[in-house]
Write a protein that binds this ligand. Structure first.
Ligand code: CS2
Length: 480
């Protein structure tokens, strides 16, 4: 196992041991990946002493983390924060790091390397280039440009394009079976990704999406760990604890969970030895996590930001907001099944406890980003399920209204500007806010059956009006 020295754990497979050899390609080298899959992989290699599951990191766009990882010989720190306690783990699973725009030939070679049998992805919801409601591949400029690039044998720009080009190269090289494992917060993320790879490949001349999708397995997985954006305080704590300046440090909560559908094409890292669960069906876990944790996170982020809170911990402690979140959880729990061995009320309570961790400093505007991509996965299914069962879903509907208010107002209730990041922002702001039906259609986040439900649209409009007139705290308090 890894060695502990005071508050710092250093990897057993440190650079004095054999360096990890690439067995996994990962697309999307963000903070979440470094605090999640990279840690599981590090522990799995430490548990067996087998170094062949090193990660070849691929950043589709940004060069900074790649440069930092290269300077640091792949090593980086994960800080664990809880209350006033902070500990540091040095993670040693990164074998190499590539910036796709500069290093495409090396990336393509890794995809076609028979020693690589697993490709993992954290490219965020919008990285799938899919219609958030139907799941179909978009037909926009970015997709068309990438289809043209792959068809011409040139470097694609998007994560999905890189994956398709990489898989095609692998098939051409006869490099053997591969598993593509999505680690993003989407329902049925494996099947979704398989479909998108197929649809992308179908747009290439002389290519069959079915064949390309059949060249790999696409298991689903549920990932969970709260990982806020890195701050200067994180860098300072890493330097204090490890003695090294670390430009790739990430800070996370102690909790971590990974449930993976056991459907691999070939060998995989022994993640089970590091605490991951391999199950036959990950659907119930994904549903519970997205609708209980992520939906509540979004609600707290929008109401909290509007009510003037900077962090999730401050917002969830607000006596006006917390009961609304509990009301949302009651709606959700009435509409989902517990994954085997889970107690859903306990799970919901533990999620709120995790959000209350004041040491995380998780910003409301970070969780609030990209609601047009997140709400269809986290919140709308609860509204649809409640509707189908003839039950009200006021709390979930309030989340939709609070998201719209956050985007359209762009200010907190006391007038401070908010950081609004959402691909639908500009389109939404171009519509007359009083025409709520049109606003909802423009956002393209709502399935047709809901958009056509006048009573539900009127509920959204009423909440929007209350949010504008009375503010988020009063509207949330009135709900519960
Ligand atoms: C959050 C998630 O930013 C968000 O939308 O809800 O990133 C959340 O922190 C993770 O899913 C926790 O596992």
């Amino acid at each position: 196992m890894a060695a502990r020295r005071g508050d710092v754990t250093v990897p057993q497979l440190s650079r004095t041991a054999p360096a990890p050899a690439p067995g996994v390609v990962h697309l999307g080298v963000g903070a979440f990946h470094r605090a999640h899959q990279a840690v599981y992989t590090d522990r799995a290699m430490a548990a067996t002493g087998d170094p062949r599951w090193g990660i070849a990191e691929v950043a589709p766009r940004s060069a900074d983390v790649v440069a930092a990882l290269r300077r640091q010989d792949g090593l980086f720190t994960v800080l664990e924060r809880s209350g006033d306690r902070v500990t540091a783990d040095v993670v040693g699973s990164v074998a190499e790091a590539w910036h796709a725009p500069s290093d495409w030939a090396a990336v393509a070679a890794r995809f076609a390397d028979p020693a690589v049998t697993v490709v993992t992805l954290t490219i965020t919801e919008k990285g799938y280039l899919a219609d958030p409601v139907t799941g179909a591949l978009l037909d926009d400029d970015a997709v068309r440009a990438d289809v043209a690039a792959v068809a011409a044998g040139e470097r694609p720009r998007t994560g999905l394009g890189l994956l398709v080009a990489g898989l095609r190269g692998r098939v051409a090289a006869g490099a053997g079976p591969v598993t593509v494992l999505s680690c993003d917060n989407l329902v049925g993320n494996g099947a979704r990704l398989a479909r998108l790879v197929g649809e992308f490949a179908d747009r290439l001349p002389g290519s069959s999406g079915r064949e390309l999708a059949a060249s790999a397995r696409f298991p689903s997985s549920m990932v969970d760990r709260i990982v806020p954006a890195t701050t200067p305080a994180d860098r300072a704590d890493a330097a204090r604890l490890t003695g090294f300046a670390d430009d790739a440090v990430v800070a996370a909560e102690p909790f971590t969970q990974w449930v993976i559908e056991d459907d691999f094409a070939g060998e995989r890292p022994p993640w089970d030895l590091a605490g991951a669960e391999l199950v036959a069906d990950v659907g119930p876990h994904e549903t519970a996590k997205l609708r209980v944790l992520n939906a509540a996170h979004s609600m707290i982020a929008y109401l909290g930001a509007l009510a003037g809170h900077e962090t999730i911990a401050a917002a969830v402690a607000d006596p006006a907001i917390r009961p609304a979140v509990e009301a949302l959880h009651r709606d959700v729990l009435a509409t989902i099944d517990a994954p085997p061995g889970w107690d859903l009320p306990d799970y919901a309570a533990s999620v709120l406890q995790r959000f209350a961790n004041p040491a995380l400093g998780h910003r409301c505007d970070q969780v609030a980003a990209d609601g047009s991509q997140k709400l269809p996965v986290r919140v709308l299914p609860t509204i649809l399920a409640a509707r189908a069962a003839g039950r009200p879903s006021g709390a979930a509907t309030l989340v939709v209204a609070a998201w719209l208010r956050f985007i359209l107002a762009g200010r907190s209730d006391d007038g401070r500007p908010l950081t609004v990041t959402d691909p639908a922002r500009d389109a939404l702001r171009a519509v007359l806010p009083s025409d709520v039906a049109r606003v909802l259609r423009t956002a393209a986040v709502v399935p047709d059956e809901l958009a056509a439900d006048d009573a539900w649209v009127a509920d959204v409009a009423r909440y929007l009006d209350e949010l504008a007139r009375h503010g988020a705290a009063a509207t949330a308090a009135a709900l519960a």
